[in-house]
Design a protein around this ligand. Structure first.
Ligand code: HAM
Length: 422
């Protein structure tokens, strides 16, 4: 029996990885442009981090984590997202004391969630995200939202929608929480078991329940926006004002609650409006998390961030028919005839590469015509032809594959000759 990839994972073959490289490079450049610096954290963490960080009553923690015991009987979990890990690293390394404030960090790497696989939803996916920790200026919220939109726009995407909401501060959330309990309590029996269990503990989670989303009580559930206190309302207004100033269009959706527990104030998602994108239209999401650093034992520092998955970004590129410039040929292909020529070729190829010239040669004893074909397929700029005669004379033919021009060059001058043209 053949062994294939585990369900919900995929191989990226060279034609895919070329696209990934273009995207990853562009996103990293964008992060640097906004003055964010890369942070890399482990792929697995202590399970407790996500229970405390992401929240015990979330779907991610209750149903989707890849949790295992290591040989020392410690409970570890493959990270389902990046924010909790970044917050942990922030606390552990006391980044609040570093010279650059706020701390502006970005990350890129695989995340793992045991979800039902479908288009745009896999069990291993790659997130690119940023976190700005240490400021509660609404201008930082606007920066993160602008950055998130720019990630798509810089790659040529247009059919995008920015949806924002506010989840308020602790006091506002508490008032909303009570209103939700009062609203749903009379209908408790009609709701799914998850919702029943979460009603007292974390009623906000009911609003993103996939099972009960069409239950009539969901339609007229109390809106958080009606429970925002003055500070929260003002904060939300400020964020919107910054976005207006920056000419970034957005819509407010008071039902947007996000699936992680750490959010306060600004919450947002970017949706694809491209036709044929598929049923999951969310491209990315994020928001502010003013209590998370403290919950993880750190100082009272607030943060905001967002993450996108490259898989969904690729789907959006497909849906909008955007092609990426992945054309990457080599500089030179060395064509050989005869046994002796092979030694000369090995030496030459080695020298060309050492000089930074992208080079390859034939290893399959192909006929000359087939070797030229290979050079074409690799989009080589030059072919260098070495036969017995060339080995004897030390002079070889170099052919430009762009215009067909040929000239004879001494073997010792080849590196210089090609270098001067690339
Ligand atoms: P999230 O909404 O859970 O937020 O995930 C962010 C993005 O990751 C989603 O919008 C989607 O693009 C992608 N994603 C999530 N699950 C999958 C999946 N199974 N397959 C493919 N893509 C997926 C977070 O993870 C937060 N940490 C974002 C954040 C950063 N908030 C503040 N800072």
């Amino acid at each position: 029996m053949n062994i294939n990839v585990p369900r919900g994972t995929e191989d990226l073959l060279p034609e895919d990885t070329q696209k990934w490289h273009v995207i990853e490079e562009r996103l990293k450049q964008l992060a640097e442009l906004y003055n964010y610096q890369e942070i890399r954290t482990p792929i697995f963490e202590r399970t407790e981090l996500f229970q405390r960080g992401v929240g015990d009553t979330t779907d991610i923690v209750q149903k989707e984590m890849y949790t295992f015991s290591d040989r020392g009987d410690r409970s570890l979990t493959l990270r389902p997202e990046g924010t909790a890990s970044v917050a942990r690293a922030y606390v552990q390394h006391k980044l609040h004391g570093s010279e650059h404030q706020p701390n502006k960090l970005y990350y890129l790497g695989p995340m793992f969630r045991y979800e039902r696989p479908q288009q745009g939803r896999t069990r291993q996916f790659t997130q690119f995200g940023i976190e700005a920790i240490g400021s509660d200026d609404p201008a930082v919220d606007a920066e993160v939202l602008a950055f998130a939109m720019e990630c798509y726009q810089t790659l040529g995407l247009k059919s995008l929608k920015l949806v924002i909401n506010s989840l308020g501060d602790k006091e506002s959330r508490e008032a909303h929480r009570q209103a939700l309990i009062d609203h749903f309590k009379p209908h408790e029996e009609e709701l799914c078991t998850d919702c029943q269990n979460r009603l007292e503990q974390n009623p906000l989670r009911l609003l993103d329940c996939k099972v009960d989303q069409d239950h009539p009580t969901m339609q007229n559930a109390p809106s958080i926006l009606d429970y925002l206190n003055d500070y929260s309302l003002n904060y939300f207004e400020e964020v919107k004002k910054h976005l207006d100033q920056m000419n970034i269009p957005f819509v407010v959706d008071e039902t947007l609650v996000r699936g992680l527990d750490y959010y306060t104030h600004t919450a947002f998602e970017i949706m694809s409006e491209a036709e044929g994108f598929g049923s999951i239209t969310t491209l990315s999401g994020g928001g502010r998390y003013n209590g998370l650093i403290q919950d993880l034992g750190g100082p009272e520092k607030s943060g905001i961030g967002f993450a996108l998955s490259i898989e969904r970004l690729l789907m959006a590129l497909d849906a909008e028919g955007v092609t990426l410039d992945t054309q990457q040929g080599i500089d030179c292909y060395v064509i050989t005839m005869g046994e002796e020529a092979k030694y000369t070729a090995s030496k030459l190829v080695y020298e060309l590469r050492k000089a930074g010239i992208k080079t390859d040669q034939d290893y399959l004893d192909k006929k000359m015509k087939a070797q030229f074909k290979a050079a074409d397929r690799y989009k080589a700029n030059y072919a260098v032809i070495i036969g017995e005669e060339e080995v004897q004379s030390g002079v070889v033919n170099i052919k430009s594959l762009d215009d067909g021009n040929q000239k004879s060059v001494s073997l010792s001058d080849i590196v210089q000759e090609i270098k001067s043209t690339i």
